[in-house]
Design a protein around this ligand. Sequence first.
Ligand code: ADP
Length: 126
Amino acid sequence: MANLSLHLPPNVMKLSLRGRATMASTNGAPFYKTKSGGPVILEIPLDKIRRPLTRTRANDPVKVKELMESIREIGLQEPIDVLEVDGVYYGFSGCHRFEAHQHLELPTIRCKVRRGTKETLRHHMR
Ligand code: ADP
């Protein structure tokens, strides 16, 4: 399977796309879609990912610290899952990895992005 890497300015993002992908649009949060509609792996700036449930769910600080050490040493081994609805990214899981990236002040995080509808989003918010 083709593996395409694009290097864009740091204030945009570094993309690594697996499989066939086409640019869909850019509205401040660039996004890409596969022709098959399957998930894509993207490096997304942390501040472009909305996390609607963060305030209601507390992370385990020990886990976060361990992840920070591991990510610093070997990097993120498993991307976090992100939902893309109408060009906006939403994260509901991968909370400890996300927080570890924040503390490490990493500008982007590797994400497995799936497309969803507003209905999918509503389902995640329940
Ligand atoms: P999260 O809320 O981010 O899912 P968990 O503690 O529940 O946190 O799980 C940690 C996840 O992070 C595991 O799925 C593990 O495979 C993944 N992971 C990715 N990169 C690393 C890394 N460098 N060191 C340890 N775990 C990692």
